[in-house]
Ligand binder design. Structure first.
Ligand SMILES: Nc1ncnc2c1ncn2[C@@H]1O[C@H](COP(=O)(O)OP(=O)(O)OP(=O)(O)O)[C@@H](O)[C@H]1O
Ligand SMILES: [Mg+2]
Length: 243
């Protein structure tokens, strides 16, 4: 079920301004890779660009490979068919549908894909809170519940590779930990994940590898152990508690 993503010479531009420039970035199968960086660093542009999903229609040049296949110019629908699934910033659940309707409205590919298709009950196992709220409209959910629902919807599509853009944003600290640990559980089950996370300390608890993005460029990459000792990370994100 796990999957390898390889990004080469990626440039993403809005009009005349190039906001993402990545020479090479690999997410190895069955790992959880984190992308961290300041507001405006290009994190959302990166993950949206990989999924070829953006209302703003940026220009994308370079090569993105999923398990060796060049997927750069494929439509979002074709990405989903191949098991690449994005949960964008701001999500995309249907507010006027109940939790359960949101989950039943999507279904994985028919036929044998070798990927795990999550039944609605599987999603409830992962996020018990959603079961309790199954008859409530998505519009009435808390921010955290809505994020669980967005991840649950993505899992229904039988992804092998998940791109998650700040799934923990706005959550109470306790729920941040729960959300990230659930994502870790999915990775232990074989999924490969590229996670955008603002909370660097929380990201370090669950990721295998971290990439620091600054003005669209990867300026540092490494295992959590390596990144924890990187002066740029300490200075900008870990602050006095490590200094
Ligand atoms: N639709 C757009 N048109 C023009 N410029 C854009 C557009 N979307 C984003 N940008 C610019 O691209 C850069 C990267 O933005 P992006 O949203 O990818 O950053 P981010 O790292 O996700 O930030 P945040 O942490 O705030 O979510 C910023 O300078 C932003 O102003
Ligand atoms: Mg963003």
């Amino acid at each position: 079920m796990s999957s390898r993503l390889e990004i080469s010479d990626l440039r993403i531009a809005y009009g005349a301004s190039t906001v993402v420039m990545i020479e090479h970035l690999v997410v190895e199968p069955g790992t959880l890779a984190g992308v961290i960086g300041a507001n405006g660093a290009g994190k959302s542009t990166l993950v949206n660009g990989v999924a070829n999903w953006s209302r703003a229609e940026p220009r994308i040049a370079g090569t993105i490979r999923l398990d060796g296949e060049d997927i750069t110019s494929l439509s979002p629908e074709e990405h989903v068919r191949r098991g690449l699934q994005l949960v964008p910033e701001g999500r995309g659940v249907f507010m006027g549908l109940t939790v359960e309707e949101n989950l039943t409205a999507v279904a994985g590919p028919s036929g044998e894909t070798g990927r795990k298709a999550y039944a609605v009950d599987d999603v409830y196992e992962l996020f018990p809170r959603l079961r309790e709220r199954r008859s409530n409209f998505a519009g009435s959910l808390s921010g955290g519940e809505r994020q669980m629902l967005a991840v649950g919807r993505a899992l229904r599509m039988a992804p092998k590779f998940l791109l998650l853009d700040e799934p923990s944003i706005g959550l109470a600290p306790r729920l941040v930990v729960t959300m990230l640990q659930t994502i870790r559980t999915l990775v232990e089950g074989g999924l490969t994940v590229l996670l955008v996370e603002q909370n660097v300390n929380a990201a370090m608890e669950v990721t295998d590898v971290l990439h620091l993005l600054e003005r669209g460029r990867v300026v540092a990459s490494g295992t959590v152990a390596e990144m924890r000792n990187d002066p740029r990370i300490i200075e900008a994100y870990l602050g006095a508690s490590h200094g």
